[in-house]
Design a protein around this ligand. Structure first.
Ligand code: SAM
Length: 204
């Protein structure tokens, strides 16, 4: 996966590549899909949701420019794979999932794997996690027309948000930098994510 998918497509951050070698992706996919765990595509994880394609997880992670000191908010825990990658590369991860049926097994697995720097919440991630704000980085792993207002407010100045911005079935991976209270976005690549569903999401 690292040699055939991530490096040839331009993922360069050595810490990111090392982490993809370390975190066992097959532990995060349902038993019946385990032999496809390292394939170059997203996989279903139940509740009509997906674990994202490895390259997309790597690109979003690289875009966050992590050095190990950051507090990150993740919207969309899903399988917990992206949370594990982030927990390896940053100081603290706060992750929110709206489906309790996905959140619970992900929490259990990440605890079993020994991650102590991940905090979990079940609920509407478009509202953020005001009690734990501010965050240095925010990653939204579901499609949204724009960055939900509560999330931009919960980002530190000079912080980054990575999100798929667009409409249902067609988005652009976008990185926002907060500068003097204003978000400025830079577009990366086209992508397709499941919708962000919530008060400030693509669908309410
Ligand atoms: N990061 C995940 C992983 O590594 O498996 C993949 C996430 S999946 C592409 C998107 C997730 O976002 C789904 O699990 C979905 O239920 C969740 N989601 C959608 N809207 C949400 C919201 N408002 N708050 C929290 N989670 C949400």
């Amino acid at each position: 996966m690292v040699e055939e998918q991530l490096i040839p497509r331009g993922i360069q951050d050595k810490r990111v590549l090392q982490t993809f070698l370390k975190v066992e992706r097959h532990r995060f996919v349902p038993a019946e899909a385990r032999e496809k765990a390292y394939g170059d595509y997203p996989l279903p994880i139940g509740e009509k949701q997906t674990i994202s394609q490895p390259y997309m997880v790597a690109l979003m992670t690289e875009c966050l420019q992590l050095r190990g000191t950051e507090r990150i908010l993740e919207i969309g825990t899903g399988s917990g794979y992206q949370s594990a990658i982030l927990a390896e590369l940053a100081k603290e991860v706060y992750t929110i999932e709206r489906h309790a049926l996905l959140a619970e097994p992900a929490h259990r697995l990440l605890r079993e794997m020994g991650y102590k720097n991940i905090s979990f919440k079940v609920g509407d991630g478009t509202l953020g996690w005001p009690e734990q704000a501010p965050f240095d980085r925010i990653i939204i792993t579901a499609a949204t027309a724009e960055v939900p207002d509560p999330l931009s407010k919960q980002l530190t100045d000079d912080g980054l948000i990575v999100a798929p911005i667009g409409e249902l079935f067609s988005q652009t991976l976008t990185v926002f930098h907060k500068d003097h209270g204003q978000l400025r976005g830079e577009s990366f690549t086209s992508c397709v994510f499941v919708p962000l569903i919530g008060k400030f999401g693509l669908q309410h």
